[in-house]
Design a protein around this ligand. Structure first.
Ligand code: FAD
Length: 302
């Protein structure tokens, strides 16, 4: 920090869970924050409904415990897995000291978090397109043509890693892909079990979880070369893949869910920045082994 005037002590990039939580935490620490998010946030059918029990104490520390207590979210009391064997093993939430995790209405959870975060930060509804370090300060350019200066930057732009990817090496552990679909419940005569089911198969593993709105979230995790070509346009192939499972297929048929659309594919590869947060988020800090470029052009978000 140089004593030069900043528009905010910290700028947080990204309107997802990490960005919103960062704004709330920074506010509680007494820091003025600028929050840079794209104008439009994704709507319904977001993947990522499983909130681990370990997240509950974190939400509590942020004063957000009540945010997951409403009827919009389901307590995750039971999960079943067939991993390394065909036998289903039940794991009850009683084993967790923090209590049951949640199966979230993910869009609602994100919207509620953003609503709290909105009151804690100066929100700029425009994507970051440029980030440059000048005399120990960040100069940030936004898609709407505005600019701001800040002393510290939190890159919470998720897989886009708009700043981190220019300031650090991005490492990848695997090439995991997730094929995800939301199945409507079609049989009023059956009440589906509120549970999560994991089933390992030679090419990867299946995940199925009853959502709070009664649909079944189904995902298959595998390597891209093990997935059939064109799967995201091929409902029949997807249906046949589900039909080849032992437990997931049984649950879908038994509880009356419909396989009506092909899945959407998402990268689920394990990736991280090296170095991680620290040097490149703290201009003026100790130089890294490979000096970062002085200017960072950020890819625009869709
Ligand atoms: C298939 C799949 C399933 C998953 N399931 C789960 C799960 O069940 N439970 C779980 O805990 N985790 C799950 N995850 C992990 C998931 O990544 C996290 O839950 C979470 O979405 C990460 O939040 P985030 O805020 O870091 O990133 P994101 O949710 O990706 O948010 C990134 C934000 O940055 C914004 N952004 C991007 N570029 C710019 C820019 N240039 N300027 C400004 N803003 C920008 C985006 O618009 C977005 O608002 C899953 C991941 C995958 C791939």
């Amino acid at each position: 920090m140089t004593g030069r005037r900043h528009d905010a002590a910290v700028a947080v990039i990204g309107g997802g869970i990490a960005g919103a939580a960062a704004c709330i935490a920074l506010h509680r620490a007494g820091l003025e924050t600028a929050w840079i998010t794209p104008d439009a946030e994704p709507g319904a059918d977001l993947v990522g409904e499983s909130l681990a029990p370990a997240a509950l104490p974190i939400l509590d520390r942020l004063g957000l415990a009540a945010i997951v207590d409403g009827a919009a979210h389901r307590r995750s009391n039971a999960s079943f897995s067939a991993w390394g064997s065909d036998l289903l093993v039940e794991r009850n939430a009683a084993v967790h000291l923090e209590g049951p995790g949640r199966v979230l209405d993910r869009a609602r959870f994100e919207a509620d978090l953003r609503a709290v975060a909105d009151g804690t930060a100066d929100r700029r509804r425009s994507a970051l397109v440029d980030a440059t370090v000048e005399a120990g300060s960040w100069r940030l350019g936004l898609a709407d043509g505005s600019a701001l200066a800040t002393g510290f930057l939190v890159d919470a732009s998720g897989r886009a890693s708009v700043v981190a990817r220019r300031r650090a090496a991005m490492r990848r552990d695997d090439r995991l892909v997730a094929a995800c679909a939301f199945l409507p419940h079609r049989d009023d005569g059956v009440e589906p079990t509120p549970a999560t089911l994991i089933e390992a198969v030679p090419e990867g593993w299946w995940y199925a979880s009853l959502l709070p709105d009664g649909r079944l979230s189904v995902a298959f995790f595998s390597d891209p070369d093990l997935l059939p070509r064109g799967l995201s346009r091929d409902r029949d192939r997807w249906s046949a893949m589900i039909g080849g499972t032992r437990h997931v297929a049984h649950w879908i048929a038994d509880a009356g869910f419909g396989v009506e659309t092909p899945p959407r594919l998402h990268s689920a590869a394990t990736r991280w920045a090296d170095p991680a947060a620290g040097k490149w988020t703290a201009p003026g800090g100790p130089p890294s082994a490979t000096p970062p470029p002085r200017s960072t052009r950020c890819p625009r978000t869709a």
